[in-house]
Design a protein around this ligand. Structure first.
Ligand code: HEM
Length: 249
């Protein structure tokens, strides 16, 4: 962020109050120096004002035309792949889908544990820990403070039983049913929220379930030697590299 002043919004309620209840005031994108240098201010992510409005409308329409989050997209995603493992997820997937049929988004309702693990992985890995900084569109008033037009605004959250542990129970009720938590906002909220959210969610679910249907993933030194803390943590949390043993079923 260099020497620019930053206002940090902490806690889900504060973030929601700013990005949803006062959406227009907080819809500006801060000129993050390295992004600005790479893009010269062009493109949906970094632009502001009329250019951003037009790009956003165009992008959402185009993604919709390509079928983002729809049935057809589902069948394209089913043909690709990535990784992760857990015996419990594999058992749930075996019981509900088996190993021959491809998963569909409809299956998500019947796979609460797998769905909870995906949500917990996104929460815990926290790849964009401060989101993508916003800026106020004018001198605005928020919670009794005046935030000048150029201030940067970033986000942070804190709403979990054990925020620093990987625990899928953050997304399960006591009967093992999937339970959403409003503080889960990896795609952010409001007018600047991620335009790729439904595509990304579909990919995460279909990739993971397909992989676990066909492979078991293990670590050469056993699970205990895997360090799941990020190797670097700054604007992004960068995860460590691991060696994996991938065994087909
Ligand atoms: C797991 C995957 C993803 C995560 C966690 C993620 C997260 C985010 C976050 C936190 C923002 C900033 C929102 C804000 O400023 O309040 C964002 C913006 C954005 N995302 Fe994503 N995203 C993901 C995948 C995608 C995909 C697949 C696409 C493209 C199809 C995409 C396109 C964009 C664009 C264009 C913006 C800028 C929107 C704007 O400034 O108006 N993202 N994303």
């Amino acid at each position: 962020m260099g020497l620019q002043r930053v206002v940090l919004l902490v806690g889900y309620e504060t973030v929601k109050e700013a990005l949803v209840d006062q959406a227009e005031d907080f819809s500006g994108r801060a000129p993050v120096p390295f992004v600005y240098k790479a893009t010269r201010g062009y493109g949906l992510l970094i632009s502001n004002g009329e250019r951003w409005r037009q790009l956003r409308r165009f992008t959402l329409t185009t993604l919709r035309d390509f079928g983002m989050g729809r049935k057809k997209m589902e069948s394209w995603i089913q043909e690709e792949n990535i990784c992760i493992y857990s015996e419990k997820m594999q058992k749930e997937i075996d019981d509900v889908i088996g190993q021959t049929r491809s998963p569909t988004m409809e299956d998500r309702k019947s796979l609460p544990y797998t769905n909870a693990v995906i949500h917990e992985a996104q929460r815990f890995l926290d790849i964009a820990p401060i989101g993508v900084p916003h800026c106020a569109t004018a001198d605005i008033s928020f919670k009794g403070y005046i935030i000048p037009k150029v201030s940067m605004i970033t986000e942070s959250e804190d709403h979990w039983d054990s925020p620093w542990s990987f625990n899928p129970n953050h997304f399960l009720d006591k009967n093992g049913n999937f339970n959403t938590n409003p503080a889960f906002i990896p795609f952010s909220l409001g007018k600047r929220a991620c335009v790729g959210e439904s595509l990304a969610r579909m990919e995460l679910f279909l990739f993971l379930v397909t992989l676990l249907q066909h492979f078991t993933f293990s670590s050469p030194g056993g699970p205990d030697i895997v360090d799941i803390s990020p190797e670097y943590s700054n604007f992004r949390n960068i995860q460590r590299r691991y060696e994996l043993i991938v065994t087909p079923h």
